[in-house]
Ligand binder design. Structure first.
Ligand code: 5GP
Length: 177
């Protein structure tokens, strides 16, 4: 039961909003006068994505991509599955991929390969959180919000068994890892 788990705040609402504005400014410079297809990786990045695209001063087309790798556990299964594909082709478009968290790097690696194969004009990657000590595969991320320790985190879109996505800050769940 979620009410029996202890949450400890790791990144405050204020810190999240400062960081989102900072990344938004960098992306606004990058895409000035251009059109960008911003891809939200469901479900975990929806809140970060919604805040981030409001900070991007350019023509933004929203797309949603669904992947699943955890299947209700707190550890990656190592298998990435596409659950929802993009609505339109991205060939010859500037593409911005918005992820919630990079843990082993397997999901980001899969997403980069899958999108690059569709021949976008450019592909920029962005992740709110990175757990550097967990990386298992090499993956380059252009914009990273925060590096965090190897702890399972929830809030600001991230869940544990479907719960806690509505918490406005990032919290660590005690006793899961
Ligand atoms: P990776 O493939 O890098 O191991 O894992 C990436 C995906 O696993 C993320 O998109 C996210 O959905 C999930 N994930 C990894 N670490 C965490 C975590 O600490 N908390 C939550 N809620 N999800 C995580």
């Amino acid at each position: 039961m979620p009410s029996q788990l202890k949450l400890t705040e790791l990144i405050s609402e204020e810190a999240l909003s400062v960081k989102v504005r900072e990344i938004g400014r960098a992306l606004s410079d990058k895409y000035k006068g251009k059109e960008v297809v911003a891809i939200c990786v469901l479900k975990g990045s929806f809140m970060f994505y919604a805040d981030l695209i409001r900070e991007i001063n350019a023509d933004v087309v929203s797309e949603f991509f669904g992947v699943s790798s955890y299947q209700n556990s707190s550890r990656s299964s190592g298998e990435v599955r596409l659950t929802l594909d993009l609505h339109s082709p991205i060939e010859d478009k500037h593409v911005l991929l918005v992820e919630d968290i990079v843990d082993t790097g397997l999901t980001m690696n899969y997403l980069q390969k899958t999108l690059a194969a569709r021949k976008p004009k450019s592909l920029t990657t962005c992740a709110l959180l990175l757990k550097p000590s967990c990386l298992k595969v090499e993956c380059h991320v252009d914009h990273i919000g925060f590096e965090i320790p190897d702890e399972f985190v929830v809030g600001y879109g991230l869940d544990y068994q479907g719960y806690f996505r509505n918490i406005p800050y990032i919290a660590q769940v005690e006793g899961l890892i």
